[in-house]
Design a protein around this ligand. Structure first.
Ligand code: SIN
Length: 289
């Protein structure tokens, strides 16, 4: 297996991997280490079944089953269909998934560790996915700004995003029961990566709504500044999908955005989402020490 850089700061390609066969322990550990070090790992030219994707993803951790049951793969509920295709006039998957910067499930007490997205049907035009390194974004902040972040938290709120989508008419409003299942949560603005210990900015315009320790106007201004820093072109990688691409991303270390494609061009990908742990911030480890 060879690991080739795709960007000067993060993102790499693993060459010589066949995910249709179970990887031996050594290859799996090499791949996992490359994923943790590079945050985005591209594995091209794969031909795998839903069961093989699930089996591989499970080795990275327990899998989430998405709440939108109607968009799960009929043979593998661990796979969420990210798709703009329709069957009998009805969408088969989430067509508008991630059209804003976000980290998957950051609005949960235990946000996702990572996701694996496998390309099945690709459009002729567009459909790229952008990734931004939150390690690199943090490293580029002025020292005084980094100092200011210590001990601050961000509120992540799925209801906030859903309300925007409901107003735009792209998704039905959440029911009271759905809203109650995803109450707003607070996470440190800087989290330490579980495996590497590297600090990463942990905010995203998709779900982070405020910094509760600051007055509202100051919180809004600071969040705007952090959102801008987190998507600076210097820390972003654009993935142009090819048939058979499998892309793994580390939700502890990157945010991502689906750029979209023309509505009359089909795009279908299979996503598995790996469960993660409650984020730990720099201030928490300092207190524990
Ligand atoms: C997602 O946010 O999981 C979807 C990304 C994509 O469709 O490119």
């Amino acid at each position: 297996m060879e690991i080739r850089a795709l960007h000067p700061l993060f993102a790499a390609e693993a060459v010589g991997v066949d995910l249709s066969q179970p990887l031996d322990e050594g290859d799996f550990n090499t791949l996992k280490a490359a994923f943790e070090q590079n945050s985005v790992l591209v594995i091209r030219r794969q031909e795998i079944t839903p069961a093989q994707q699930v089996a591989f993803s499970r080795r990275l951790g327990e899998l989430e089953i998405h709440v939108l049951r109607q968009f799960l793969h009929p043979d593998a509920p661990e796979i969420l269909l990210v798709s703009n295709e329709k069957r009998d006039g009805k969408p088969i998957g989430l067509g508008d998934a991630g059209h804003y910067w976000h980290s998957d499930l950051s609005y949960k007490e235990e946000p996702s560790l990572g996701s694996a997205l496998y390309a099945r049907v690709l459009p002729r035009d567009g459909g790229d996915t952008l990734f931004a390194s939150m390690h690199a974004a943090y490293d580029r902040l002025e020292p005084a700004l980094r100092e200011r972040l210590i001990g601050l938290t961000g509120v992540h709120d799925y209801g906030y995003r859903s309300d925007i989508q409901a107003r735009a008419g792209t998704r039905p409003p959440l029911t009271e029961a759905q809203r109650a299942a995803v109450p707003p949560v607070e996470h440190p603005l800087v989290r330490l990566h579980d495996a590497t210990g590297r600090p990463a900015l942990f905010v995203n315009e998709g779900f982070t709504t405020r910094i509760p320790e600051l007055p509202p106007a100051e919180s809004d201004a600071f969040l705007r500044q952090l959102f801008a820093a987190s998507v600076d072109p210097a820390v972003t990688y654009r993935h142009h999908w090819q048939p058979g691409d499998m892309v793994l991303w580390d939700n502890r270390a990157v945010i991502h955005l689906a750029t979209g494609c023309p509505e009359d061009q089909a795009r279908t990908l299979h996503r598995t989402t790996i469960k993660g742990a409650r984020p730990v911030g720099a201030a928490q480890t300092a207190r524990a020490a």
